[in-house]
Design a protein around this ligand. Structure first.
Ligand code: GP9
Ligand code: MN
Length: 650
């Protein structure tokens, strides 16, 4: 056995040999490790010894191949592989800025959307530090010019480097978190994979995983089918029977998919003016689900459409709309079609965005009216402005209602409230200043004016106005008498925590932020931030007058099940629940990464933390049971989507 002293001695000798004979390689190894560390710091902000050991292992193994290459070609190898690793860092850090997750090769097909969300990308994605990783090219060039490496091939060095790389990763594996491997295999939570294994291992893993669907029939299909069948046998549901069953049977339905509408804006006022006066009216008369969350993955808007329609969770690798658009799904659209409804969708953006042209037909819409069906007389962001959109939609619905002798189910997808809410001239002059008194004098502070939060609030106020006008126009046309209006926020608006903190803790007297020690300071921690991502879900008809708030925790996958029961339809493959049929303590919102919310806790799968929402002791059993449930419905959704299992079930 070698003593520790001897090992250190040998490492030292090895190191000085490499420094003398392979200076470029030494630089290559150090630079790529530094870049991986920088990626961690500039994305999740995390650094772990575990990830460092995996990065060292990966870079050593990559570098080891240079021992098999003659000097003439070695520099090309250094440049090409560095190019790949630098690209991993640059692309991932930019992607993280926008999506708070890491890039997947199976998403390359969707990169076209990055082009389309143009302004938002410029504002939120590209920062000067995103390019920092390029320093390595300059360093590599200088080191190559200045130093000389030996020419010959050294197979024994190659073997040793591989061995050290593997040992480094082996030591890393022994460090916590110990459940990291299931994350590596299932890739539910990309952030924790990068935190635990480093960006290079993550990208390799993602590549291997993305090949999986191609080999579905060879790997995993039978097991997946068995497990999904088992799930439905054990959880066989029947159509619920309660006070709400069939209350809307035969009525028309208009569902408004409200872009980036968050629930904190409902009921919010500034300077005595409500942000959402029209939505507030619907909330006060209709059914308002005030503890409702979107369950999206990287497919954002399209994932909300998918989760709402199918009551399944979204895809993990890629997005359903782009990568699994040909598969069979059970949707509320198909059920309504089978009930004899005319089922349509309308949206002021181009039809191929998110592959809607194809996917909407597969989902069961009879027709998708996209940008080309509208007169583009006022453009904003990604397409037609909401005001013009809703103005044009009313006569179209009128036409549908009079020319077809059947009820209709329509989805109207809004657009204007998409980030970055920059051109505020379209918005009203909604006042977001704050007035205070200093020494008896009235002072007006800018407060939210000109901030990202301020622009968002003005934009929501604009959307509210457009929806208010739509409802009033529908009423004038007599189209509300037999129609249910449904509104859901499609996902959060990706506002930063800082934006909320500023809104809640601005001190107008001193024109600064309150700190923890100041009276009136409102704490807004990471979990308050997660919980603030709630979106509204409203169901309203003209004849409702009582108003009803439902505070059971619910997710997008519960929405169409709940509405479906009111319309008298039932989806036996739904993973969500009829919220009117369960008690508050049975509500659970499962997120795609395994995190979940109940009436008692927010459980973060990312760091295994439990945030208590209501007082009371939370038992390990409770957490275990909910985590198992979360994993199971993620798994069932995943299997149905990737293996197209609904084709095989009946
Ligand atoms: C695009 C719109 C926005 O047509 O639905 O998509 P998002 O960027 O929110 O996924
Ligand atoms: Mn959206």
């Amino acid at each position: 056995m070698l003593s520790m002293k001897k090992i250190i001695e040998r490492i030292k000798i090895g190191f000085s040999k490499i420094k003398k004979d392979y200076p470029v390689l030494l630089f290559y190894i150090i630079a790529n490790i530094i870049n991986a560390i920088l990626l961690g710091i500039f994305s999740t902000g995390n650094f772990s010894i575990r990830a460092l050991l995996f990065n060292i292992g990966y870079v050593l193994i990559m570098g080891s191949f240079s021992f098999l290459i003659k000097k003439k070609n070695r520099n090309i190898y250094y440049f090409l592989t560095s190019f790949y690793m630098i690209a991993c860092c640059v692309v991932n850090v930019m992607y993280y800025n926008y999506y708070s997750s890491f890039v997947s090769v199976s998403l390359l097909a969707t990169s076209v959307f990055v082009k389309d969300v143009g302004d938002a990308v410029m504002d939120m994605v590209i920062r000067p530090t995103d390019w920092i990783y390029l320093w390595e090219f300059i360093g590599l060039y200088i080191v190559i010019k200045k130093s000389h490496e030996v020419n010959e091939v050294k197979k024994n060095y190659f073997r040793k480097a591989i061995l050290i790389g593997v040992i480094s990763m082996g030591i890393g594996s022994g460090l916590p978190p110990y459940n990291a491997y299931s994350g590596l295999i299932k890739l539910w939570n990309r952030v924790s994979v990068v935190d635990s294994f480093g960006v290079y291992v993550y990208q390799l893993d993602d590549f291997v995983q993305s090949l999986k669907p191609t080999f579905n029939n060879i790997f995993g299909h039978d097991k997946a089918l068995r497990e999904v069948k088992e799930y439905y046998e054990e959880n066989r549901t029947v159509q619920s029977v309660n006070d709400y069953s069939g209350i809307f049977k035969g009525k028309n339905v208009i569902t408004i998919h409200a872009e980036s509408l968050q629930a904190f804006t409902i009921g919010l006022s500034f300077n005595g003016q409500e942000v959402t006066p029209n939505l507030n009216k619907l909330v006060s008369k209709g059914m308002y689900f005030n503890n409702f969350y979107a369950q999206v993955g990287v497919g954002t808007s399209s994932d909300s459409e998918f989760t709402y329609a199918t009551s399944l969770l979204p895809a993990n690798n890629g997005t359903v709309f782009v990568n699994y658009f040909n598969n069979k799904y059970a949707t509320i659209q198909k059920m309504m079609h089978d009930e004899g409804y005319y089922v349509f969708s309308m949206h002021g953006n181009v039809g191929d965005f998110w592959n809607r042209d194809t996917m909407h037909i597969n989902m069961g819409y009879d027709k998708f009216y996209s940008r080309s069906s509208f007169v583009i007389d006022e453009e904003y962001g990604l397409g037609l402005s909401d005001e013009s959109f809703f103005r044009q939609v009313v006569p179209m619905i009128k036409d549908i209602s009079t020319s077809l002798n059947k009820p209709y189910y329509g989805t109207l997808i809004t657009l204007t409230n998409h980030t970055p809410w920059r051109d505020t001239e379209l918005f009203s002059d909604y006042d977001l200043t704050m007035t205070t008194e200093i020494d008896g004098e009235e002072v007006v502070r800018d407060y939210l004016e000109g901030t990202m939060m301020g622009n968002y609030i003005k934009s929501v106020n604009y959307m509210d106005k457009a929806i208010g006008q739509f409802i009033s126009d529908m009423n004038d046309e007599g189209l509300l008498d037999n129609t249910v209006i449904v509104i859901y926020g499609d996902h959060d608006a990706r506002l930063g925590k800082k934006q909320f903190n500023y809104m809640y803790n601005y001190d107008p007297v001193n024109d600064r932020l309150l700190t923890e020690d100041d009276p009136g300071y409102k704490e807004f921690n990471d979990y308050d931030y997660e919980l603030s991502k709630k979106v509204p879900y409203i169901i309203w008809t003209k004849d409702m007058d009582k108003g009803m708030e439902i505070d059971t925790p619910m997710g997008m996958i519960d929405a169409s099940v709940t509405l479906g029961n009111m319309l008298g339809v039932y989806n036996k493959y739904a993973l969500g629940k009829d919220i009117m049929n369960i008690s508050k303590s049975d509500g659970i919102v499962v997120f795609k990464d395994g995190s979940y919310i109940t009436d008692k806790v927010y459980y973060s799968a990312k760091n295994g933390e439990v945030y208590t929402i209501s007082n009371g002791v939370i038992s390990d059993d409770y957490l275990k049971k909910n985590s198992e449930y979360a994993d199971r419905i993620i798994s069932v959704s995943y299997d149905i989507i990737t293996y197209d299992l609904l084709k095989e079930l009946d």
